[in-house]
Design a binder for this molecule. Structure first.
Ligand SMILES: Cc1cc2nc3c(=O)[nH]c(=O)nc-3n(C[C@H](O)[C@H](O)[C@H](O)COP(=O)(O)OP(=O)(O)OC[C@H]3O[C@@H](n4cnc5c(N)ncnc54)[C@H](O)[C@@H]3O)c2cc1C
Length: 338
């Protein structure tokens, strides 16, 4: 089939911030053959960017080049005694995939219900929520090498997963296009209700022996209360990563701020809550032109109406500056800037 290259396309429907910027070209990818065609045309030697559902990107200017939008669909499972290997194409919507697994009683991703985005993006920043991370269920992924035009397989040990990070965000940033992901899930559920408000919600609803569907439902309800719905208020979830600091830095901060929220990490490190740091600087619920900080969670920057990507970027710069001044901590953006 002839390659369908659309030109001068608005990106507004393709990013959850709802930023109005244009791309010179857009190509929808529904199968692996399309990637080979794009390669043969030499497009990967030009400026390009791979997009899933656009829920972790901020467009700050018109995109001069090719947006490659992953839209391939399909899910297959292979049962092996207590486990199941489930393979999903990159363009599957993550939350639909989570519910597909729950309906089949495949456990392990129910705590990550309602995270926006696609399956293909899930390993890129090792998505995580409510006490779990993708790396715990990741088995392997197939990826297209835009430099050689070949398909290759990444096993878990090849991916360098860590908190909101992987090899696809570091060493191989922008080089590989993930075409499908295989997850190793359990057919014997291990319920994990210890994180955040899950337990309290279950008690409120009189659920003493939760199923994986109960966990996903409760997590979804908590998320809806806390986070703005991108279909009404543009946002990309957590704009910044939670900083991970050394023991020395943590002790310094705890002496000054005894109530500082913190979570122990390996190697004597401590994870701090970026939202709390931002809130302490007075930013929670604040407006900044057409941009702003979400009233229920200071980690989330929002497009109040018609914000430009530049406006949201400037707000993030201001927040980074204030947090540095007050706590001597440099916040890192989780969202991809373009
Ligand atoms: C309301 C809200 C809540 C959120 N909550 C969470 C949360 O709890 N936990 C969490 O981890 N994240 C969260 N996020 C962020 C977002 O959901 C994830 O980062 C998600 O994985 C992004 O998927 P996407 O398809 O939208 O990726 P995009 O935003 O389109 O792309 C993100 C990055 O992945 C790359 N990419 C996308 N697809 C591919 C592919 N097939 N191959 C290679 N690279 C690819 C892009 O080039 C880009 O660098 C939230 C976002 C929103 C809007």
């Amino acid at each position: 089939m002839e390659l369908n290259i659309q030109s001068n396309i608005s990106l507004k429907p393709f990013n959850t911030f709802g930023i109005e910027e244009k791309t010179s070209f857009l190509i929808e990818v529904n199968d692996n053959e399309t990637l080979t065609q794009i390669f043969k045309k030499g497009i990967f030697q030009e400026n390009f960017f791979v997009l899933g559902a656009g829920s972790n990107v901020l467009f700050t200017k018109p995109f001069e080049g090719y947006i490659i939008r992953m839209n391939s669909k399909g899910i297959q499972s292979k049962i092996e005694s207590d486990h199941v290997y489930v393979t999903a194409k990159a363009g599957e919507i993550w939350n639909d995939f989570v519910w597909h697994c729950i309906k089949n009683n495949y456990a392990g991703i129910e705590n990550m219900a309602l995270i926006p985005g696609t399956v293909g993006a899930s390993p890129v920043q090792n998505i995580g929520a409510y006490g779990t991370e993708l790396m715990y269920v990741f088995y392997e992924c197939e990826a297209f090498d835009t430099q050689t035009g070949e398909f290759t397989t990444f096993k878990k040990q090849d991916c360098d997963f860590s908190y909101r990070d992987s090899i696809f965000k570091s060493k191989y940033k922008g080089r590989f296009i993930i075409t499908q992901v295989t997850y190793k899930l359990s057919r014997i559920p291990h319920i994990n209700s210890s994180y955040g408000a899950i337990e309290a919600e279950l008690t409120k609803e009189n659920i003493s022996q939760p199923t994986i569907a109960d966990i996903a439902n409760v997590v979804s309800r908590i998320r809806v209360e806390k986070l703005p719905d991108p279909s009404t208020v543009g946002n990309a979830g957590s704009f910044f990563k939670n900083p991970i600091v050394s023991e020395k830095t943590f002790k310094r901060l705890q002496a000054q701020y005894p109530t500082i929220p913190h979570y122990p990490m390996p190697k004597n490190q401590t994870k701090l809550a970026a939202g709390w740091l931002i809130e302490q600087c007075g930013w929670k619920g604040k407006e900044y032109g057409q941009a702003g900080v979400w009233k229920n969670q200071a980690l989330v920057l929002i497009n109040r109406q018609n914000a430009t990507g530049q406006e949201i970027y400037r707000l993030s710069e201001q927040i980074i500056c204030d947090v540095k001044q007050k706590f001597d901590i440099i916040l890192e953006r989780e969202v991809n800037l373009l």
